[in-house]
Design a binder for this molecule. Sequence first.
Ligand code: HEM
Length: 217
Amino acid sequence: MESGKGSLSMSTEDVIEECKLFYFAGMEATSVLLTWTLVILGMHPEWQDHAREEVLSVFGRDKQPNVDGLGRLKTVTMILYEVLRLYPPAVSLNRRAFKDMQIGGTTYPAGVILELPIIVVHHNPDVWGNDAHEFKPERFAEGISKATKDDQPAFFPFGWGPRICIGQNFALLEAKMALSMILQRFEFRLSPSYTHAPYTVLMLHPQHGASIMFNKI
Ligand code: HEM
């Protein structure tokens, strides 16, 4: 434990906990990402149209999306990043200091738990500009590193460092696949009964659900 790395072996309980995490992360985080994406594209039909044009140009109406094509979806990727910025499914991360340490001039004693508020950093105008609260996927047009003022590294919906989400590539692929299949088949708008109320119950959910109206195209 001295090194902060812990033991390299895993107990049966550790393996069971990892399996639960895979199930929970795989189901919950990716499904709320997809839910927020549908909500936001329901609010911004112009971006929904851009995304559909791109999906249709790569797959047409009938082709099942494949990995090669999904890797070419630039607008869809920008949209998913912007949704992850504004509505990160995991709103914060915790880290425990394993020994006394200094961060930014402050000393933290061993055992202190630090909370890293992803959602607050993702909305900070000093980092993203005065339009930090607006949905603007174009800020990711030149990639993640160029999306912030002065190229500050401030986008971490999947965490950071050695414990970064192991499922991030899979999650993005899954979200792109599902979104492409929806865009190939449906146009959607928010229902007038939708009330915007982001709310955290472990993950960031729409508190009153996501009422969306789908039209087959
Ligand atoms: C949009 C979808 C997802 C989001 C936003 C997300 C977010 C996160 C975050 C914030 C962490 C903590 C990282 C840290 O402490 O630095 C994490 C860890 C983890 N995630 Fe994900 N995740 C997603 C999807 C998935 C999927 C699909 C899987 C598995 C199939 C998965 C498996 C894991 C595992 C196993 C860890 C723990 C890694 C470790 O502690 O070493 N996640 N995820």
